[in-house]
Design a protein around this ligand. Sequence first.
Ligand code: ATP
Ligand code: MG
Length: 113
Amino acid sequence: MKYIIAVIQPDRLDPVLDLLEKKEIHLVTVSTVMGRGRQKGIATVYRSHREAGSLLRKVKLEIAVNDAFVDATVNAILEGARTGQIGDGKIFILDLPQCIRVRTGEKGGTAIG
Ligand SMILES: Nc1ncnc2c1ncn2[C@@H]1O[C@H](COP(=O)(O)OP(=O)(O)OP(=O)(O)O)[C@@H](O)[C@H]1O
Ligand SMILES: [Mg+2]
């Protein structure tokens, strides 16, 4: 299992969610966050979601998937979030040792989706 974290532009959330749903990836956690990349939070004029100091408003998606869904998840994020401009975002892929559904106690690949 993998835990995929993506930080993207807020205006790309809907396209990414649509593409994920088309690939049967429905379970997701979404947060509004603040962050900065290598431009150190210097906003471009047309993307000025500046919130505080050198931090810009971003959206973070967290998606836990079985290994078979990793490529589909990453490709949906890339396709939906990429404009080619700076600040399009970043994807982090972490190994996920365990997942437990609280209601049933199911674990691992059964609990994840
Ligand atoms: N190494 C990192 N560690 C933690 N968060 C990061 C890291 N890199 C990027 N982020 C998060 O992702 C957001 C988007 O990053 P961004 O797309 O600006 O990356 P970048 O490396 O600066 O690439 P680009 O040159 O395309 O802008 C940042 O605002 C920050 O929240
Ligand atoms: Mg950047």
